[in-house]
Design a binder for this molecule. Structure first.
Ligand SMILES: NC(=O)c1ccc[n+]([C@@H]2O[C@H](COP(=O)([O-])OP(=O)(O)OC[C@H]3O[C@@H](n4cnc5c(N)ncnc54)[C@H](OP(=O)(O)O)[C@@H]3O)[C@@H](O)[C@H]2O)c1
Length: 318
């Protein structure tokens, strides 16, 4: 760890996480990320090792990522490593999962793949489900009480949904540790819909996913060189054209900080907002670069300048 300021408690728990975690959706996912085509197990093992070596002390995965493959790979890497790594995974409340028992069974399967007795953070992946939020929150409380999870969180919950989960858990004396949602310079919804403020008020850690806008904020995708595959249609040419002034500002600010890259400045901006970020990495090079967001901070003026250029990006939305 480069700097103690890079460690924060996870919500009201006693678990200390680095302000950057490592996202592991890429590990095993063929549909969006083309795992197995131009990168594979060795590459993601090196991403894991490089991240841990740089002071990142936690990894975010999910039972859905690569249909269990991400958890399987992570379990293998942890078994091979001597480092203490905090593990966050997720339960998918799929439409046919209707009982508390289904959450218990899913967690047992995750623990088997991860080769662990308990997970550090267990999250409900999304709120849409035939089962109520209250019911799933009760099931989360049970797995904490049974020692299968040290802490629990939610993901993709809006403010109202988060408050519902929070109050059920509070009745059991269990804090809602986190809410994992999309947040980046190109997607600041959480700043305007009350979620970020509610997280601050309740002391729930906001975990920012897609903090690099799935690679766009690295600056490597341009209108002439869009992202490959599915992302090509998500981040079309006009979107990439509108994003260029943001990337240019990231470059300029990075220069002032001794040549920090757009990715490093974009991640630092998320951290300065009080959230923690979990950039995904496919290999050691990406992981090392992203870890370069640790150990320093943007000034308040630089954060404001980035807010301004990002507002211009948003106001140009068609
Ligand atoms: N809870 C949810 O619903 C949810 C949803 C999405 C993500 N997540 C979590 O959040 C994590 C991160 O989000 P994300 O993967 O969507 O997006 P992201 O972190 O914004 O972008 C990751 C992608 O950007 C590229 N990249 C990363 N670092 C780079 C670098 N230094 N230089 C160049 N390219 C780089 C890589 O793809 P290329 O090399 O192919 O460009 C990488 O796969 C996921 O792994 C997952 O754990 C959660």
């Amino acid at each position: 760890m480069k700097d103690n300021n890079d460690l924060r408690p996870l919500g009201k728990t006693e678990i200390y996480i680095s302000v950057l975690g490592l996202g592991a959706w890429q590990w095993g996912d063929r549909i969006i990320w083309s795992y197995g085509r131009n990168y594979g197990e060795n590459d993601v093992r090196q991403a894991f090792e490089a991240s841990v070596a740089a002071g990142i002390n936690w990894v975010d995965t999910a039972e859905m990522y690569g249909m269990g493959q991400s958890e399987r790979l992570l379990g293998r890497f942890i078994a091979e490593s001597s480092a203490q790594v905090i593990i966050a995974t997720k339960f998918a409340p799929l439409p046919w999962r209707l009982s508390h028992q289904s959450l218990h069974r899913a967690l047992q399967s995750s623990l088997r793949r991860l080769q662990m007795k308990a997970v550090d953070l267990y999250q409900i992946h999304f709120p849409r489900s035939p089962v109520s939020i209250e019911n799933w929150a009760e099931a989360l409380a049970e797995v904490v009480q049974e020692g299968m999870a040290r802490a629990v969180g939610v993901s993709n919950f809006d403010e109202r949904q988060m408050r519902r989960a929070y109050s059920i858990l509070a009745k059991h004396g269990i804090p809602l540790a986190s809410n994992q949602v999309a947040y980046s310079l190109l997607n600041r919804k959480v700043e305007f819909n009350g979620l970020l403020d509610a997280c601050r008020e309740l002391n729930v850690t906001l975990i920012a996913y897609s903090p690099l806008a799935q690679g766009v904020l690295t600056g490597k995708y341009t209108p002439d060189r869009p992202a490959p595959g599915v992302r090509g249609s998500m981040y079309h040419r006009s979107y990439l054209a509108r994003a260029q002034p943001v990337i240019q500002r990231l470059r300029e600010i990075g220069e002032v900080h001794g040549g920090k890259t757009p990715a490093q400045v974009a991640l630092n901006w998320v951290i300065c907002k009080g959230a923690v970020a979990i950039p995904g990495a496919k290999n050691a090079r990406q992981a090392q670069e992203n870890a370069g967001a640790l150990g320093w901070r943007l000034t308040a003026e630089e954060v404001a300048a980035l807010d301004e250029v990002s507002n211009e990006f948003s106001s140009g939305r068609q």
